[in-house]
Design a protein around this ligand. Structure first.
Ligand code: NAD
Length: 479
């Protein structure tokens, strides 16, 4: 297990500690113990970070894409060299099993490498002119300084995506990661600094989220925002960003439907679903949650899913036997209790879990609610925790209605062996991702975004890079 580092801010290329600043404790969710004290930025720190980001952008946008790529690749190599240490920090702060944390660090490095490569291919277009003495081109330019906000549930992947996409596109970044999981972003920033990133190209701030976002999103220096968090937060920051006409990428809540057709083996489907559902204690915006199962196999699927959920070993993320860690904080445990209380009050069967476990930390048992109706809380509000619900459907039209019923549309899943079903569902489901017969909703090279209240724009893939670029048209008369 890693020693927990002294927590700092990174402002204008300098590491700043808590001296003269307010601090807040960072907790280990497995024990509730304090890991360290996190310094909070002051208003003056933010002004300095904004000025630094403006200067950093001027230097960075003029750095060639090849050189930018080299720096990102060097940083990725450092992340991989330090993977074991960074994985330990993730497990200490978030609680997820260490094997999952290792995969997260490898994925973060892969995202850096993909953006490093793709940043070199910011091609423009030559547009045929109407007269022989005019040359017309459209070029993609870096958008400008970016303010990024990342939550706690993927402390390596989400900051890595925002930082490396914006940097690869030629933009400077000020990032506010979650105050509950700060150490991984600091490790990423340290790797970038060692890799040769110029001062001001990246600033890392922590503190009072509302104060920081008001200042950064309100500033005319910042030209784009990238937010991962709740739909409510996205709407709030989006409304503020419009005041200064900023570009915005918003990755917000989801409540992923899973449609399982009657031609699928229900026990095999449950076996693959249980691993996907309870990964990271279900605290994933693409987590499969609303299982709509054809009435011919619903009861067998629900029984199997519940039995498998009950068998999951819950414990400290460093223990070799642990398959699911704690929840990230006390808020999430209280939230799980509200979902289950609501279900019990409606006489909905709690067929697995439904209670806290352990005598310290924030543990909750993997939970399944069976035969839910459209009205219960779990059918309508994203649980963002270890909770799955099941309900039977009869026709394809029912499955489509149930899948599209909510204002969310981030990830969705379909399990079937019938090509007609998969084609119909891929076309009909209103969500940014439709994943058929597996559970991998995003990769470094694929676009990831939401429909409706789940967000605006894309992260990942070419689309994710383009969010941080703007188009300039140049028309030149040569006489
Ligand atoms: P929360 O709203 O308290 O915090 C979520 C994140 O947003 C945190 O990192 C927090 O620091 C940040 N935040 C909150 N207010 C902010 C502000 N005014 N300006 C800038 N940042 C701000 O929510 P929570 O209790 O941590 O989680 C509750 C819900 O948030 C979840 O149920 C889920 O729907 C959503 N969430 C989504 C994701 C995702 O990956 N899309 C991740 C985490 C949480």
């Amino acid at each position: 297990m890693a020693d927990y580092p002294a927590l700092k801010l990174l402002i204008d290329g300098r590491w700043c500690d808590g001296a003269g600043r307010a601090t807040e404790p960072v907790l280990n969710p497995s024990t509730g113990a304090v890991l360290g004290e996190l310094p909070h930025v002051t208003g003056a720190d933010l002004d300095l970070a904004l000025a630094s980001s403006a200067r950093g952008h001027e230097v960075w946008r003029k750095t060639s894409p090849v050189e930018r790529g080299r720096i990102l690749q060097r940083a990725a190599a450092l992340l991989l060299e330090r993977a074991e240490n960074i994985a330990s920090l993730i497990t200490l702060e978030l609680g997820k099993p260490i094997a999952e944390s290792r995969v997260e660090v490898e994925t973060a490095a892969a995202i850096f490498n993909w953006n490093a490569e793709e940043g070199r291919r910011a091609y423009g277009r030559v547009i045929p002119s109407r007269s022989s003495n005019i040359r017309q081109i459209a070029v993609r330019e870096p958008l400008g300084p970016i303010a990024a906000f990342a939550p706690w549930n993927a402390p390596a992947i989400t900051p890595a995506r925002k930082i490396s996409s914006a940097l690869a596109a030629g933009c400077s970044v000020i990032i506010k990661p979650s105050e509950e999981t700060p150490a991984t972003t600091l490790a990423i920033a340290g790797a970038l600094q060692e890799a040769g990133l110029p001062e001001g190209a990246l600033n890392v701030v922590f503190g009072d989220p509302a104060m920081i976002s008001a200042r950064l999103v309100g500033s005319s220096i910042v030209r784009g925002i990238s937010v991962t968090g709740s739909t409510q937060l996205g709407k709030q920051l989006g409304a503020l960003a419009v005041q200064t006409m900023k570009r915005m990428t918003l990755e917000l809540g989801g409540h992923a439907p899973v449609v399982i057709f009657g031609d699928v083996d229900p026990e095999a489907a449950a076996l693959s679903a249980v691993a996907a559902k309870f990964r990271n204690s279900g605290q994933v915006c693409t987590s499969p949650t609303r299982f709509f199962v054809h009435e011919s196999i619903h009861d067998r699927f629900a029984a199997s899913l519940s039995e498998l959920a009950d068998k999951i070993t819950v414990g400290d993320g460093f223990a070799a036997t642990t398959k699911m860690g704690p929840l990230a904080n006390a808020r999430r445990v209280e939230s799980m209790e509200r979902f289950v209380d609501d279900a019990r009050a409606r006489s909905i069967a709690v067929t697995a879990g439904g209670e806290r476990c352990g005598n310290q930390g924030f543990f909750y048992r993997p939970t399944v609610l069976t035969n839910v109706d459209d009205d219960c809380m779990a059918s309508n509000v994203e649980p963002f925790g270890p909770l799955a619900v099941t309900a039977p459907f009869r026709t394809v039209e029912d499955a489509i209605r149930l899948s599209n019923r909510l204002p969310f549309g981030l990830a969705s899943y379909v399990m079937t062996n019938d090509m007609r079903n998969s084609s119909v569902m891929a076309e009909a489901i209103q969500s940014g991702n439709v994943i058929i017969n597996h559970w991998q909703a995003s990769l470094p090279e694929t676009p990831f975004g939401g429909y409706k209240d789940s967000g605006v724009g894309s992260e990942g893939g070419v689309e994710g890079l383009q969010e941080f670029q703007t188009t300039k048209y140049v028309s030149q008369f040569s006489g």
